[in-house]
Design a protein around this ligand. Structure first.
Ligand code: FMN
Length: 325
């Protein structure tokens, strides 16, 4: 796995499922992260080849709950992001999925209370020994690359010190979200503090924060010195942000997302959440489209709402033969 000069789709809960990752890749993303999945959940899963859809599923044992879905096409660019507070559990979870993905990433930046209270995400940032334990355990026992994603610490000096310790564990790359734990998404990302990390490390650093247009890729690269860039909201609002030809209209992107959700039989909650986020950015949920998404109970309802009934029918009638190639 090469982490130099890459455009990267950031991990996004309830957004970064298979259809969205494939959509971003189609527009030009080189590396696509899945949504964070907690190790507790993953250790309960078994791998199942889903011939009906043409994909590989990780399903909670004894249920039909698909926790992670991937396919052969994205095998060399999909990163599985794990939420963890324990090296052995992280390893057990990673071993279940590592042969089907390009790399394993550890989330060390999530500031949400469910992560922090479980000792995961940003809670790790002030536990360098635990970080070391988790990353070295994964590195020693997995054959795929291991990376992690952090936020900035209180001072740039502290961030650089932590980044150096992380580099020593042998990780292949480090993603740095240019905000501190207490910062809000609307606060500007501090590209200059990412630059301090880039100049202190020799492994690739993936710069993240406030990239909304294709031109921003060059700007953040110049400001940070990083050769790879990760995008979250800019991609959520318009996945064609990765396209060097410029963005296509968001209605077109949304339609393509709906079709991919149908094709890959995406989890309805994730499809609804992603569509709502897209709609809220450009319009509002009180209009008929938004209300229709909220009311939808399954992908057939979504297909009807977007005039894709025939596509829905076609896909479902041709499962075995047309998919997974
Ligand atoms: N960061 C993670 O490390 N793991 C996640 O699962 C995750 N989920 C997110 C979900 C949403 C809807 C958004 C907007 C962000 C999420 N983040 C997550 C943070 C992003 O990956 C990214 O670091 C942050 O949004 C800054 O990038 P941006 O300025 O391009 O949005």
């Amino acid at each position: 796995m090469d982490y130099q000069n890459k455009l990267v789709l950031a991990p996004m809960v309830r957004v970064g499922t298979l259809p969205f990752r494939l959509l971003a890749a189609e527009y030009g993303a080189d590396i696509t992260y899945g949504e964070e999945i907690i190790d507790h959940k993953m250790v309960k899963c078994e791998r199942k080849v889903n011939e009906y859809i043409g994909c590989t599923d990780f399903v909670e044992k004894g249920t039909e709950n698909v926790v992670f879905r991937t396919c052969y096409e994205e095998r060399n660019r999909v990163i599985f992001q794990i939420g963890t507070s324990d090296a052995v559990r992280a390893l057990t979870a990673a071993q279940i999925v590592c042969k089907d993905v390009a790399a394993i990433d550890v989330n060390m930046g999530c500031p949400k209370s469910f992560s922090i209270s479980g000792g995961m995400g940003a809670a790790l940032l002030n536990k360098p020994e635990l970080i070391h334990d988790i990353l070295t355990t994964l590195k020693r026992n997995l054959s795929c690359p291991v990376t992690c994603k952090i936020r900035l610490l209180k001072s740039s000096q502290d961030t650089v010190e932590l980044a150096r310790r992380i580099e020593k564990t042998g990780v292949s790359a480090l993603a740095v979200h240019g905000r501190k734990v207490a910062d809000r998404p609307r606060d500007p990302a501090k590209w200059s503090e990412i630059a301090d990390v880039v100049s202190a490390l020799s492994i690739p650093v993936i710069a993240n924060g406030d990239v909304f247009d294709y031109g921003d890729f060059a700007r953040i690269k110049a400001a940070t010195g990083a050769s790879s860039v990760m995008v979250a909201r800019g991609a959520l609002w318009n996945a064609s942000v990765f396209s060097p030809e410029g963005k296509v209209h968001w209605e077109e992107v949304k339609r393509e997302y709906v079709r991919k959700s149908i094709l890959w039989d995406n989890d309805i909650k994730s499809t609804k959440h992603t569509l709502k986020e897209m709609i809220m950015h450009y319009s509002c949920l009180e209009l008929p489209e938004g209300k229709g998404v909220i009311k939808s109970e399954n992908l057939a309802d979504i297909a009807k709402l977007y005039g894709e009934e025939r596509y829905y029918q076609f896909v479902n009638e041709n499962r075995f033969s047309s998919n997974g190639s």
